[in-house]
Design a protein around this ligand. Structure first.
Ligand code: SAM
Length: 476
Protein backbone atom coordinates (compact mmCIF):
# COMPACT_ATOMS: atom_id res chain seq x y z
CA UNK A 1 0.00 0.00 0.00
CA UNK A 2 1.25 3.50 -0.80
CA UNK A 3 2.48 5.50 2.15
CA UNK A 4 2.47 9.26 2.33
CA UNK A 5 3.82 11.81 4.74
CA UNK A 6 3.29 15.48 5.37
CA UNK A 7 4.75 17.49 8.26
CA UNK A 8 1.26 18.13 9.67
CA UNK A 9 0.06 14.59 9.39
CA UNK A 10 1.15 11.32 10.79
CA UNK A 11 2.51 8.70 8.43
CA UNK A 12 -0.46 6.71 7.22
CA UNK A 13 -1.64 4.48 4.44
CA UNK A 14 -4.32 4.82 1.84
CA UNK A 15 -6.05 1.91 3.47
CA UNK A 16 -9.53 0.99 2.28
CA UNK A 17 -12.03 0.08 4.98
CA UNK A 18 -15.78 -0.42 5.35
CA UNK A 19 -17.57 1.86 7.81
CA UNK A 20 -21.10 2.52 9.04
CA UNK A 21 -21.83 6.21 9.51
CA UNK A 22 -23.75 7.06 12.68
CA UNK A 23 -23.94 10.87 12.63
CA UNK A 24 -23.69 13.92 10.40
CA UNK A 25 -21.48 16.71 11.72
CA UNK A 26 -22.44 20.38 11.25
CA UNK A 27 -20.19 20.56 8.17
CA UNK A 28 -22.09 17.76 6.43
CA UNK A 29 -19.46 15.08 6.98
CA UNK A 30 -20.50 11.57 7.92
CA UNK A 31 -19.09 10.43 11.27
CA UNK A 32 -18.12 6.77 11.77
CA UNK A 33 -15.99 4.76 14.20
CA UNK A 34 -13.16 2.49 13.17
CA UNK A 35 -10.95 0.66 15.64
CA UNK A 36 -11.95 3.07 18.41
CA UNK A 37 -11.21 6.17 16.37
CA UNK A 38 -13.64 8.71 14.86
CA UNK A 39 -13.53 8.83 11.07
CA UNK A 40 -14.95 11.76 9.09
CA UNK A 41 -16.24 10.91 5.61
CA UNK A 42 -17.78 13.64 3.44
CA UNK A 43 -20.68 12.46 1.29
CA UNK A 44 -21.91 9.63 3.54
CA UNK A 45 -25.06 9.91 5.66
CA UNK A 46 -26.11 8.33 8.97
CA UNK A 47 -27.06 4.64 8.70
CA UNK A 48 -25.22 4.30 5.40
CA UNK A 49 -22.46 1.76 4.98
CA UNK A 50 -19.62 2.69 2.69
CA UNK A 51 -16.28 1.60 1.42
CA UNK A 52 -13.92 4.48 2.13
CA UNK A 53 -10.24 5.23 1.68
CA UNK A 54 -8.32 6.76 4.59
CA UNK A 55 -6.70 10.05 3.62
CA UNK A 56 -5.49 11.33 6.96
CA UNK A 57 -4.79 9.53 10.21
CA UNK A 58 -4.30 11.62 13.33
CA UNK A 59 -4.03 10.52 16.93
CA UNK A 60 -7.62 11.52 17.78
CA UNK A 61 -9.40 11.07 14.47
CA UNK A 62 -9.06 10.10 10.83
CA UNK A 63 -10.42 11.40 7.55
CA UNK A 64 -11.50 9.32 4.61
CA UNK A 65 -12.94 9.75 1.14
CA UNK A 66 -15.90 7.84 -0.21
CA UNK A 67 -15.06 5.07 -2.67
CA UNK A 68 -18.40 3.29 -2.88
CA UNK A 69 -21.75 3.48 -1.09
CA UNK A 70 -22.81 0.04 0.10
CA UNK A 71 -26.24 1.06 1.41
CA UNK A 72 -28.36 4.15 0.86
CA UNK A 73 -30.15 6.21 3.50
CA UNK A 74 -33.80 7.15 3.07
CA UNK A 75 -32.67 10.67 3.96
CA UNK A 76 -30.40 10.91 0.93
CA UNK A 77 -31.86 13.37 -1.60
CA UNK A 78 -30.81 14.53 -5.04
CA UNK A 79 -28.81 17.78 -4.80
CA UNK A 80 -30.67 20.52 -6.63
CA UNK A 81 -27.52 22.33 -7.72
CA UNK A 82 -25.63 21.15 -10.82
CA UNK A 83 -22.40 22.46 -9.26
CA UNK A 84 -22.77 20.43 -6.05
CA UNK A 85 -19.54 18.68 -5.13
CA UNK A 86 -17.36 21.15 -7.06
CA UNK A 87 -18.49 24.53 -5.74
CA UNK A 88 -17.27 25.26 -2.23
CA UNK A 89 -20.60 26.82 -1.19
CA UNK A 90 -22.99 24.06 -0.11
CA UNK A 91 -21.74 20.72 1.21
CA UNK A 92 -24.98 19.14 2.42
CA UNK A 93 -27.43 19.21 -0.46
CA UNK A 94 -27.37 15.40 -0.57
CA UNK A 95 -28.94 15.31 2.92
CA UNK A 96 -32.62 15.90 3.61
CA UNK A 97 -33.07 19.33 5.22
CA UNK A 98 -34.70 17.83 8.34
CA UNK A 99 -31.55 15.70 8.82
CA UNK A 100 -29.30 18.74 8.38
CA UNK A 101 -31.32 20.63 10.99
CA UNK A 102 -31.33 17.71 13.44
CA UNK A 103 -27.57 17.34 13.03
CA UNK A 104 -26.84 21.01 13.59
CA UNK A 105 -29.19 21.16 16.59
CA UNK A 106 -27.59 18.03 18.07
CA UNK A 107 -24.09 19.50 17.59
CA UNK A 108 -25.19 22.73 19.28
CA UNK A 109 -26.83 20.86 22.14
CA UNK A 110 -23.78 18.66 22.67
CA UNK A 111 -21.34 21.58 22.64
CA UNK A 112 -23.40 23.77 24.96
CA UNK A 113 -24.06 20.91 27.39
CA UNK A 114 -20.39 19.92 27.46
CA UNK A 115 -19.10 23.47 27.87
CA UNK A 116 -21.71 24.89 30.24
CA UNK A 117 -22.48 21.76 32.26
CA UNK A 118 -26.20 22.50 31.83
CA UNK A 119 -28.36 19.79 30.33
CA UNK A 120 -30.29 21.16 27.39
CA UNK A 121 -33.23 18.99 26.59
CA UNK A 122 -35.09 21.15 24.14
CA UNK A 123 -33.37 23.18 21.42
CA UNK A 124 -35.69 25.41 19.40
CA UNK A 125 -35.49 25.75 15.62
CA UNK A 126 -35.92 28.83 13.47
CA UNK A 127 -35.93 28.05 9.75
CA UNK A 128 -37.26 29.27 6.42
CA UNK A 129 -37.24 27.91 2.87
CA UNK A 130 -34.15 25.78 2.25
CA UNK A 131 -33.62 27.04 -1.33
CA UNK A 132 -33.86 30.54 -2.75
CA UNK A 133 -32.99 32.03 0.65
CA UNK A 134 -29.84 34.07 -0.04
CA UNK A 135 -30.51 37.75 -0.63
CA UNK A 136 -26.81 38.55 -0.91
CA UNK A 137 -23.92 36.85 -2.70
CA UNK A 138 -20.49 37.72 -4.04
CA UNK A 139 -19.31 36.09 -7.26
CA UNK A 140 -15.68 36.10 -8.36
CA UNK A 141 -14.95 37.20 -11.94
CA UNK A 142 -11.99 35.80 -13.82
CA UNK A 143 -11.07 36.09 -17.46
CA UNK A 144 -9.45 33.06 -19.02
CA UNK A 145 -7.39 34.21 -21.98
CA UNK A 146 -6.76 30.77 -23.46
CA UNK A 147 -3.16 31.69 -24.29
CA UNK A 148 -0.84 28.81 -23.72
CA UNK A 149 1.30 29.58 -20.73
CA UNK A 150 3.76 27.76 -18.59
CA UNK A 151 5.42 28.98 -15.42
CA UNK A 152 9.08 29.99 -15.40
CA UNK A 153 11.25 26.90 -15.63
CA UNK A 154 9.09 25.49 -18.38
CA UNK A 155 7.25 22.89 -16.28
CA UNK A 156 3.48 23.45 -16.49
CA UNK A 157 1.62 23.10 -13.19
CA UNK A 158 -1.63 21.16 -12.94
CA UNK A 159 -3.50 24.47 -12.72
CA UNK A 160 -1.77 25.90 -15.81
CA UNK A 161 -2.75 22.74 -17.70
CA UNK A 162 -6.38 23.23 -16.66
CA UNK A 163 -6.18 26.83 -17.75
CA UNK A 164 -4.79 26.13 -21.21
CA UNK A 165 -7.22 23.28 -21.84
CA UNK A 166 -10.38 25.24 -20.88
CA UNK A 167 -12.28 27.44 -23.34
CA UNK A 168 -11.29 31.12 -23.09
CA UNK A 169 -13.76 33.69 -21.74
CA UNK A 170 -15.28 35.10 -18.57
CA UNK A 171 -15.63 32.84 -15.54
CA UNK A 172 -18.21 33.94 -12.96
CA UNK A 173 -18.83 31.99 -9.80
CA UNK A 174 -17.79 30.90 -6.34
CA UNK A 175 -14.46 29.59 -5.13
CA UNK A 176 -13.92 25.88 -5.26
CA UNK A 177 -13.75 24.18 -1.86
CA UNK A 178 -10.16 24.26 -0.44
CA UNK A 179 -8.85 26.33 -3.35
CA UNK A 180 -8.98 29.74 -4.99
CA UNK A 181 -10.11 28.40 -8.36
CA UNK A 182 -13.36 29.90 -9.62
CA UNK A 183 -16.17 27.44 -10.29
CA UNK A 184 -18.04 28.85 -13.24
CA UNK A 185 -21.71 28.72 -12.28
CA UNK A 186 -24.81 28.86 -14.44
CA UNK A 187 -27.29 28.76 -11.58
CA UNK A 188 -27.27 28.91 -7.79
CA UNK A 189 -30.45 27.44 -6.30
CA UNK A 190 -29.82 28.86 -2.82
CA UNK A 191 -29.87 32.39 -4.26
CA UNK A 192 -33.13 34.34 -4.16
CA UNK A 193 -34.98 33.60 -7.42
CA UNK A 194 -34.65 37.19 -8.63
CA UNK A 195 -30.85 37.01 -8.23
CA UNK A 196 -30.52 33.55 -9.76
CA UNK A 197 -32.47 34.78 -12.80
CA UNK A 198 -29.91 37.56 -13.26
CA UNK A 199 -26.93 35.22 -13.63
CA UNK A 200 -27.26 34.37 -17.34
CA UNK A 201 -27.99 37.92 -18.61
CA UNK A 202 -25.32 39.32 -16.28
CA UNK A 203 -22.68 36.93 -17.60
CA UNK A 204 -23.64 37.91 -21.15
CA UNK A 205 -23.47 41.62 -20.35
CA UNK A 206 -20.11 41.43 -18.57
CA UNK A 207 -18.62 39.22 -21.30
CA UNK A 208 -19.34 41.96 -23.86
CA UNK A 209 -17.62 44.73 -21.90
CA UNK A 210 -14.40 46.17 -23.33
CA UNK A 211 -12.95 45.94 -19.83
CA UNK A 212 -13.95 42.30 -19.32
CA UNK A 213 -10.36 41.26 -18.55
CA UNK A 214 -10.11 43.74 -15.69
CA UNK A 215 -13.12 42.87 -13.52
CA UNK A 216 -12.67 41.77 -9.90
CA UNK A 217 -16.00 40.46 -8.64
CA UNK A 218 -19.70 41.23 -8.61
CA UNK A 219 -21.95 41.43 -5.55
CA UNK A 220 -25.66 40.73 -5.89
CA UNK A 221 -28.18 41.92 -3.33
CA UNK A 222 -31.95 41.57 -3.28
CA UNK A 223 -33.38 44.62 -1.54
CA UNK A 224 -37.11 44.94 -0.88
CA UNK A 225 -37.25 47.57 -3.63
CA UNK A 226 -35.52 45.36 -6.19
CA UNK A 227 -32.21 43.69 -6.98
CA UNK A 228 -28.91 45.54 -7.20
CA UNK A 229 -25.38 44.69 -8.21
CA UNK A 230 -22.00 46.13 -7.31
CA UNK A 231 -19.33 45.63 -9.98
CA UNK A 232 -15.71 45.80 -8.88
CA UNK A 233 -13.62 46.91 -11.87
CA UNK A 234 -9.85 47.22 -11.73
CA UNK A 235 -9.45 49.80 -14.54
CA UNK A 236 -11.61 52.83 -15.34
CA UNK A 237 -14.63 51.81 -17.43
CA UNK A 238 -14.98 53.17 -20.96
CA UNK A 239 -18.04 55.23 -21.91
CA UNK A 240 -19.26 52.30 -24.02
CA UNK A 241 -19.03 49.95 -21.01
CA UNK A 242 -20.85 52.38 -18.75
CA UNK A 243 -23.60 52.72 -21.36
CA UNK A 244 -23.83 48.93 -21.64
CA UNK A 245 -24.27 48.63 -17.86
CA UNK A 246 -26.95 51.33 -17.92
CA UNK A 247 -28.80 49.47 -20.64
CA UNK A 248 -28.50 46.25 -18.62
CA UNK A 249 -29.89 48.04 -15.58
CA UNK A 250 -32.97 49.16 -17.53
CA UNK A 251 -33.53 45.85 -19.30
CA UNK A 252 -33.17 43.73 -16.14
CA UNK A 253 -34.66 46.23 -13.66
CA UNK A 254 -31.57 46.04 -11.48
CA UNK A 255 -29.77 48.93 -9.78
CA UNK A 256 -26.09 49.11 -10.73
CA UNK A 257 -23.29 50.32 -8.49
CA UNK A 258 -19.62 50.55 -9.41
CA UNK A 259 -16.63 49.87 -7.20
CA UNK A 260 -13.57 51.44 -8.87
CA UNK A 261 -11.61 50.85 -5.65
CA UNK A 262 -11.96 48.21 -2.98
CA UNK A 263 -13.68 50.54 -0.50
CA UNK A 264 -15.47 52.93 -2.87
CA UNK A 265 -18.99 52.36 -4.17
CA UNK A 266 -20.80 54.80 -6.49
CA UNK A 267 -24.31 54.57 -7.85
CA UNK A 268 -24.70 54.30 -11.61
CA UNK A 269 -28.45 53.68 -11.61
CA UNK A 270 -31.27 52.95 -9.16
CA UNK A 271 -32.67 54.00 -5.79
CA UNK A 272 -31.25 53.55 -2.29
CA UNK A 273 -31.90 49.94 -1.29
CA UNK A 274 -34.17 49.17 1.67
CA UNK A 275 -35.22 46.06 3.59
CA UNK A 276 -37.93 45.58 6.15
CA UNK A 277 -37.87 43.96 9.53
CA UNK A 278 -40.60 43.79 12.14
CA UNK A 279 -42.75 46.19 10.10
CA UNK A 280 -40.01 48.83 9.78
CA UNK A 281 -38.15 49.90 6.65
CA UNK A 282 -34.38 50.26 6.89
CA UNK A 283 -32.25 51.92 4.21
CA UNK A 284 -28.78 50.51 3.62
CA UNK A 285 -25.77 50.92 1.37
CA UNK A 286 -25.09 48.03 -1.02
CA UNK A 287 -22.13 46.79 0.97
CA UNK A 288 -23.58 47.23 4.46
CA UNK A 289 -24.00 44.10 6.54
CA UNK A 290 -27.57 42.84 6.35
CA UNK A 291 -28.68 39.39 7.50
CA UNK A 292 -28.50 37.14 4.43
CA UNK A 293 -31.65 35.10 5.07
CA UNK A 294 -34.70 37.36 5.24
CA UNK A 295 -37.17 34.69 6.42
CA UNK A 296 -34.91 33.62 9.29
CA UNK A 297 -34.07 37.22 10.15
CA UNK A 298 -37.75 38.14 10.59
CA UNK A 299 -38.31 35.23 12.96
CA UNK A 300 -35.01 35.76 14.78
CA UNK A 301 -35.82 39.40 15.55
CA UNK A 302 -39.35 38.46 16.69
CA UNK A 303 -37.88 35.71 18.92
CA UNK A 304 -35.37 38.14 20.45
CA UNK A 305 -38.16 40.61 21.28
CA UNK A 306 -40.22 37.82 22.85
CA UNK A 307 -37.31 36.39 24.87
CA UNK A 308 -36.34 39.82 26.15
CA UNK A 309 -39.98 40.28 27.19
CA UNK A 310 -39.66 43.96 26.30
CA UNK A 311 -41.69 46.26 28.55
CA UNK A 312 -42.56 49.94 27.93
CA UNK A 313 -40.32 51.05 30.83
CA UNK A 314 -37.26 49.02 29.76
CA UNK A 315 -33.85 50.44 28.90
CA UNK A 316 -32.17 48.04 26.51
CA UNK A 317 -28.60 47.74 25.24
CA UNK A 318 -27.90 46.26 21.79
CA UNK A 319 -24.19 45.43 21.33
CA UNK A 320 -22.74 44.77 17.84
CA UNK A 321 -25.91 46.40 16.54
CA UNK A 322 -24.97 47.00 12.89
CA UNK A 323 -27.43 49.47 11.38
CA UNK A 324 -30.14 48.64 13.90
CA UNK A 325 -31.67 45.34 12.75
CA UNK A 326 -32.62 44.58 16.38
CA UNK A 327 -32.15 48.07 17.85
CA UNK A 328 -34.99 49.73 15.96
CA UNK A 329 -37.61 47.00 16.50
CA UNK A 330 -36.63 47.04 20.20
CA UNK A 331 -37.11 50.81 20.29
CA UNK A 332 -40.73 50.48 19.16
CA UNK A 333 -41.52 48.68 22.45
CA UNK A 334 -39.00 49.91 25.03
CA UNK A 335 -38.51 53.23 26.78
CA UNK A 336 -34.98 53.63 25.47
CA UNK A 337 -32.47 51.63 23.46
CA UNK A 338 -28.71 52.12 23.02
CA UNK A 339 -26.99 50.46 20.06
CA UNK A 340 -23.20 50.05 19.96
CA UNK A 341 -21.36 49.28 16.72
CA UNK A 342 -17.78 49.43 15.43
CA UNK A 343 -18.34 50.48 11.81
CA UNK A 344 -18.98 54.24 11.58
CA UNK A 345 -21.04 53.96 8.37
CA UNK A 346 -23.40 51.48 10.07
CA UNK A 347 -23.75 53.78 13.10
CA UNK A 348 -24.69 56.59 10.72
CA UNK A 349 -27.18 54.33 8.93
CA UNK A 350 -28.69 53.37 12.28
CA UNK A 351 -29.26 57.02 13.15
CA UNK A 352 -30.71 57.73 9.71
CA UNK A 353 -33.05 54.75 10.02
CA UNK A 354 -34.19 55.84 13.47
CA UNK A 355 -35.15 59.23 12.01
CA UNK A 356 -36.75 57.56 9.01
CA UNK A 357 -38.93 55.47 11.32
CA UNK A 358 -39.77 58.36 13.65
CA UNK A 359 -37.91 56.88 16.65
CA UNK A 360 -36.42 59.38 19.09
CA UNK A 361 -35.73 56.95 21.97
CA UNK A 362 -32.72 55.27 20.38
CA UNK A 363 -29.04 56.24 20.52
CA UNK A 364 -26.27 54.76 18.39
CA UNK A 365 -22.69 54.81 19.59
CA UNK A 366 -19.51 54.11 17.64
CA UNK A 367 -17.17 51.97 19.77
CA UNK A 368 -14.67 49.19 19.31
CA UNK A 369 -16.02 46.43 21.53
CA UNK A 370 -12.68 44.59 21.44
CA UNK A 371 -11.06 47.37 23.43
CA UNK A 372 -11.29 48.30 27.09
CA UNK A 373 -15.08 48.60 27.19
CA UNK A 374 -15.11 49.72 30.83
CA UNK A 375 -13.99 53.12 29.52
CA UNK A 376 -16.86 53.38 27.02
CA UNK A 377 -19.88 55.54 27.81
CA UNK A 378 -22.50 52.74 27.57
CA UNK A 379 -20.77 50.72 30.25
CA UNK A 380 -21.56 53.31 32.93
CA UNK A 381 -25.29 53.30 32.20
CA UNK A 382 -28.01 51.06 33.51
CA UNK A 383 -29.89 48.55 31.38
CA UNK A 384 -32.71 46.19 32.18
CA UNK A 385 -32.00 43.91 29.26
CA UNK A 386 -29.12 43.33 26.84
CA UNK A 387 -28.93 41.83 23.37
CA UNK A 388 -25.62 41.05 21.70
CA UNK A 389 -24.91 39.76 18.20
CA UNK A 390 -21.14 39.59 17.75
CA UNK A 391 -19.10 38.37 14.78
CA UNK A 392 -17.46 34.91 14.85
CA UNK A 393 -14.82 35.97 17.36
CA UNK A 394 -17.52 36.36 20.00
CA UNK A 395 -17.66 38.95 22.76
CA UNK A 396 -14.93 38.11 25.27
CA UNK A 397 -14.23 41.76 26.14
CA UNK A 398 -17.82 42.73 26.81
CA UNK A 399 -18.97 39.72 28.85
CA UNK A 400 -17.53 40.91 32.22
CA UNK A 401 -19.09 44.32 31.61
CA UNK A 402 -22.48 42.74 30.91
CA UNK A 403 -22.20 40.93 34.23
CA UNK A 404 -21.45 44.24 35.98
CA UNK A 405 -24.52 45.85 34.39
CA UNK A 406 -26.59 43.00 35.87
CA UNK A 407 -29.45 42.97 33.34
CA UNK A 408 -32.48 40.78 34.06
CA UNK A 409 -32.25 39.13 30.65
CA UNK A 410 -29.55 38.64 28.05
CA UNK A 411 -30.16 37.41 24.50
CA UNK A 412 -27.00 36.29 22.71
CA UNK A 413 -27.24 35.82 18.91
CA UNK A 414 -24.29 33.85 17.60
CA UNK A 415 -22.71 32.82 14.31
CA UNK A 416 -20.11 30.64 16.06
CA UNK A 417 -21.22 28.08 18.67
CA UNK A 418 -17.69 27.77 20.07
CA UNK A 419 -17.49 31.42 21.10
CA UNK A 420 -21.13 31.33 22.25
CA UNK A 421 -20.25 28.45 24.59
CA UNK A 422 -17.14 30.23 25.83
CA UNK A 423 -18.98 33.52 26.49
CA UNK A 424 -21.96 31.73 28.06
CA UNK A 425 -19.69 30.45 30.82
CA UNK A 426 -19.09 34.03 31.99
CA UNK A 427 -22.81 34.59 32.47
CA UNK A 428 -23.38 31.22 34.10
CA UNK A 429 -20.49 31.79 36.51
CA UNK A 430 -22.13 35.10 37.46
CA UNK A 431 -25.36 33.34 38.39
CA UNK A 432 -27.40 33.53 35.20
CA UNK A 433 -29.31 30.51 33.96
CA UNK A 434 -29.43 29.35 30.38
CA UNK A 435 -33.18 29.39 29.79
CA UNK A 436 -33.52 28.86 26.02
CA UNK A 437 -31.38 27.93 23.04
CA UNK A 438 -32.51 27.91 19.39
CA UNK A 439 -30.71 26.81 16.25
CA UNK A 440 -31.06 29.32 13.44
CA UNK A 441 -31.01 27.59 10.06
CA UNK A 442 -29.68 30.74 8.44
CA UNK A 443 -27.59 28.95 5.78
CA UNK A 444 -29.18 25.61 4.80
CA UNK A 445 -26.86 23.11 3.04
CA UNK A 446 -23.74 24.82 4.37
CA UNK A 447 -21.56 24.20 7.42
CA UNK A 448 -22.59 27.45 9.11
CA UNK A 449 -24.25 26.99 12.48
CA UNK A 450 -26.02 30.03 13.89
CA UNK A 451 -27.94 30.12 17.13
CA UNK A 452 -29.45 32.30 19.83
CA UNK A 453 -29.64 31.86 23.58
CA UNK A 454 -31.59 33.44 26.41
CA UNK A 455 -30.00 33.92 29.85
CA UNK A 456 -32.04 34.87 32.90
CA UNK A 457 -30.83 36.44 36.08
CA UNK A 458 -31.64 34.16 38.99
CA UNK A 459 -34.68 35.45 40.88
CA UNK A 460 -33.83 37.39 44.01
CA UNK A 461 -30.62 38.68 42.49
CA UNK A 462 -32.00 42.08 41.54
CA UNK A 463 -30.09 44.15 39.04
CA UNK A 464 -28.29 46.17 41.71
CA UNK A 465 -25.81 48.24 39.77
CA UNK A 466 -27.99 48.25 36.68
CA UNK A 467 -31.13 49.46 38.45
CA UNK A 468 -29.22 52.05 40.41
CA UNK A 469 -27.88 53.59 37.24
CA UNK A 470 -31.14 53.19 35.33
CA UNK A 471 -32.42 56.63 36.10
CA UNK A 472 -29.27 58.37 34.85
CA UNK A 473 -29.14 58.78 31.09
CA UNK A 474 -25.52 59.26 30.16
CA UNK A 475 -24.88 60.96 26.83
CA UNK A 476 -23.32 58.72 24.20
C1 SAM B 1 -23.26 39.56 13.03
S1 SAM B 1 -23.20 41.27 12.71
C2 SAM B 1 -24.72 41.76 13.46
C3 SAM B 1 -25.23 43.11 13.10
C4 SAM B 1 -26.67 43.39 13.52
N1 SAM B 1 -26.97 42.97 14.85
C5 SAM B 1 -27.66 42.79 12.53
O1 SAM B 1 -28.43 41.91 12.92
O2 SAM B 1 -27.67 43.21 11.36
C6 SAM B 1 -21.96 41.77 13.82
C7 SAM B 1 -21.73 43.24 13.90
O3 SAM B 1 -20.68 43.47 14.84
C8 SAM B 1 -19.87 44.50 14.37
N2 SAM B 1 -18.55 44.37 15.00
C9 SAM B 1 -17.63 43.42 14.77
N3 SAM B 1 -16.55 43.60 15.56
C10 SAM B 1 -16.81 44.69 16.32
C11 SAM B 1 -16.09 45.38 17.31
N4 SAM B 1 -14.87 44.98 17.68
N5 SAM B 1 -16.65 46.45 17.89
C12 SAM B 1 -17.89 46.85 17.53
N6 SAM B 1 -18.62 46.24 16.58
C13 SAM B 1 -18.08 45.18 15.97
C14 SAM B 1 -19.86 44.34 12.86
O4 SAM B 1 -19.51 45.53 12.20
C15 SAM B 1 -21.28 43.91 12.60
O5 SAM B 1 -22.12 45.00 12.33
Amino acid sequence: MAQFYSPNRRVTTRQTINVTVTDLDPFGQGVARHQGKTVFVPGVLPEEQAEVRLTEDKRQYARAELKRLLTRSAQRVEPRCPHFGVCGGCQQQHADVALQQRSKSAALQKLMTRETGQTLTDIGLIAGPSYGYRRRARLALYFLSGEKSAPAGGKASARAKTVTQAAPGLRMGYRQGQSHDVVDITTCPVLALELDALLAPLRHCLSQLQGVKRLGHVELVLADNGPLLVLRHLDALSVADTDALRAFSVAQQVAVYLAPEADVVTSLTGDTPVYSVNGMTLAFSPRDFIQVNDAVNQQMVAQALAWLDVQPQDRILDLFCGMGNFTLPLATRAAEVVGVEGVPALVEKGRENARRNGLSNVTFSHQNLDEDVAQQSWSAQGFDKILLDPARAGAAEVMPQIVKLAPQRVVYVSCNPTTLARDSKVLLAAGYTLAQVAMLDMFPHTGHLESMALFLQRSGKAARSGKAACSGKAAM
